[in-house]
Design a protein around this ligand. Sequence first.
Ligand code: SAM
Length: 368
Amino acid sequence: MTERVVIPIAERRYDAALPAVPDTPAVPVGRLLDARGRRLHDLRVSVTDRCNFRCTYCMPKSVFGADYAFLPQTSLLSFEEIVRLVRVFAAHGVEKVRLTGGEPLLRKDLERLVAMLAQLRTPAGAPLDLTLTTNGSLLARKAAALRDAGLTRLTVSLDALDDATFRAMNDVDFPVADVLAGIDAATAVGFRSIKVNVVVKRGVNDGQVVPLVRHFRGSGHVVRFIEFMDVGASNGWRLDDVVPSREVLRTIDAVFPLEPLDPNYTGEVAERWRMRDGGGEIGLISSVTEPFCTDCSRARLSTEGRLYTCLFATAGHDLRALVRGGATDAQIAGAVAHLWERRVDRYSEARSSETAGLRKIEMSYIGG
Ligand code: SAM
């Protein structure tokens, strides 16, 4: 029997017009819920829009070429500005913070930011769950400093084990051995259960699924397969290039039989499976074929301090203007609450060929 993948049809054109924030919004108390009852729990912070890779599905050379104008240094939030904003978010329910980009390890002295964020506490007095997503190219050099600064978890993107396939996908001829050395270095300094993210594109790296699982079997690290998404407006997304997670599951299960695991928490993006023979866990992130908007608790802070309430948003609210314009923490919290409480985003559930063509924000800017 052939399984049919059903892509939800748009009920309406996805529109992400921003609610206007009043000059003196009401100051919130405690945790925030959006208009669909979803908590604000995770914050992804893009610390740079630059990357040293040109992955064809994310920052294709045709758009991000030698003459591409990246943001000037003065536009970027400073570490102090980031910490101040994260402190406001943490006071209103954010418990998990992910540093991303662009390539976050390109941001100078990133470990200093990690050390500053590691000092923050939730209202209950707990440290934040502080993590980082990286392409791994600079990890061998940085792993110890990140660990010493207080980074607790790590995600490394790695689309292939085969060197030629990897070099073709990053499109800067970067060798896979250097990323593997970065993962080894991170393991050696004590990072456990590293998440290894693989974006699967049909005909490009779908043959790498089993080799990747085999390589990380028994390591304690978790390989997670991500469906190729229509983020941004420049990656030439086509539904035909998406390998549905169910297909990835069948491919792995045929070699390493799998059984399902319960989610770690509500809203976890990856569906968890484990190898029946004890070889370890894998994850499936199915944002195209099985959207998880219903539980989405993530906000994104762009490199220049705009707040986006959906990865597929077309507009974000300028929190940097508030920070640099002398707003108090209460005023910033009021603006965040005003936006979050009106949030109705559910792009992946409304995806269609029409929405895929919208001028969405690039992932390198908004933070993956
Ligand atoms: N440079 C870092 C890295 O490579 O992990 C962080 C930023 S990157 C934008 C974050 C994640 O987004 C990576 O795992 C990347 O593979 C994923 N990503 C980028 N474009 C994607 C797309 N079109 N579909 C699915 N995942 C994508």
